[in-house]
Design a binder for this molecule. Structure first.
Ligand SMILES: *Cc1c(COP(=O)(O)O)cnc(C)c1O
Ligand SMILES: [Zn+2]
Length: 369
């Protein structure tokens, strides 16, 4: 059985289907060693993120994933503009539910199925809810999704289509999470949270493995949007595993991007703090990353500090402008995702040398209005 340890106080627990945070309120990490990476094993698996299943904490030979997968992962890595041959976009909206959250959801719901769970609850600003709803349907597991009454109607329709029950909450993102957490405790069910459940990061870490294969090495810098940090931490853990196995010689710099109107992590970084204090969300079109009180702020800041990365904040007009710039190059992303390209444009002016840079395209354009 897997063990969990608290990121705040270090207390250890046996994993159970209903335990989701420490008595002290801290978030959990998985207790495990760095996996031994056997590159030659990858070709024994289908062309999906399950190529890397042997690096994930599942029992050896476990085949549950075969009944859960919808072919997620192995998204294209494309040079965005021939004039900038070292800048790539990773087209992570080419996924079953059209966002990178499928990486985490596929792995998390595989774990839930293995634990024999019959119902899950999750809260989301949209895409995580869509992904958890889809994979719950795939697993035959009942699913309630808590979300804001302001959520994009297209995302709500997508979640409903998978048969999940929608719980619309009028309030902040934090109010919605609190409502979901209360229901998890009252109903004593599995919290399929992309923020709290560390298995989600075992899925998002495959972002790094794929880039490693596609580039035959590591890039210099990763542009990463950050709200709760599920892609950021996944990418960091993935590259760290590759590094600790001696497959790459350095971990890429993480250039983390937030909307200026909701930027608790940028603020903490500027003040050289260890963790972020909650801010007030002043409202941003980047709805998918508008997180005023990120639960894993300490880990996110640590990842950026350790890779000699940086934080960039972006104005609302820059996000809209970046979305049309990307569309002009052929890539139609949801509004939140445009911030990644805006972050790249800003970063270009401060980088020191010619660098290989990856920009993720996290969500498809038709998801937002
Ligand atoms: C979830 C999401 C993000 C950022 O994810 P966090 O885990 O909150 O950091 C960025 N863009 C899109 C489109 C997303 O769905
Ligand atoms: Zn604790």
């Amino acid at each position: 059985m897997n063990q969990l340890s608290c990121n705040h106080c270090g207390k250890k627990y046996e994993m159970t289907p209903t335990l989701w945070k420490c008595d002290c309120g801290g978030v959990f990490n998985l207790v495990k060693d760095t996996p031994k990476i056997d590159v030659t094993a990858w070709d024994h698996y289908p062309n999906s993120l399950w190529r890397y299943v042997e690096t994930m904490p599942f029992p050896k030979g476990s085949k549950t994933w075969e009944t859960v997968t919808m072919g997620e992962g192995q998204s294209p890595l494309i040079v965005l503009d021939p004039n900038e041959p070292n800048t790539y976009v990773k087209v992570d909206y080419m996924m079953p539910t059209l966002s990178f959250k499928d990486r985490g959801a596929a792995v998390l719901m595989t774990k839930a199925k293995e634990l024999g769970v019959t119902k899950v609850i999750a809260d989301s600003s949209g895409n995580a809810g869509t992904a958890i709803a889809a994979y719950s349907a795939r697993c035959g597991i009942a699913c309630d999704i808590y979300l804001s009454d302001q959520t994009s109607p297209k995302k709500v329709a997508q979640i409903k289509a998978h048969g999940a029950t929608i719980k619309e909450i009028h309030g902040t993102r934090e109010d919605i999470a609190a409502a979901a957490q209360k229901a998890v405790d009252e109903e004593n069910v599995f919290y399929a949270s992309h923020v709290y459940n560390p298995y989600f990061f075992q899925g998002t870490k495959t972002y790094a493995y794929e880039i490693y294969e596609q580039l035959k090495g590591a890039p210099d810098a990763l542009i990463i949007p950050v709200g709760n940090g599920t892609l950021l931490l996944g990418a960091y853990y993935g590259f760290r595993e590759l590094f600790e196995n001696g497959l790459i010689h350095k971990i890429p710099k993480i250039v983390a991007v937030q909307a200026k109107n909701c930027a608790p992590l940028v603020k903490a970084y500027q003040n050289e703090e260890e963790s972020a204090s909650p801010v007030t969300n002043k409202g941003t079109v980047a709805e998918g990353i508008a997180i005023a009180a990120p639960a894993r702020s300490k880990q996110i800041l640590e990842a950026v500090y350790k890779t000699n990365g940086t934080f960039i904040d972006i104005e609302e007009e820059e996000i809209i402008h970046a979305r049309s710039k990307l569309s002009e190059k052929g890539f139609y992303v949801e509004v939140t995702s445009a911030i990644n390209f805006a972050g790249y444009m800003k970063y270009q002016y401060q980088k020191e040398s010619e660098e290989t840079i990856i920009i993720p395209l996290c969500g498809a354009g038709i998801k937002s209005t």
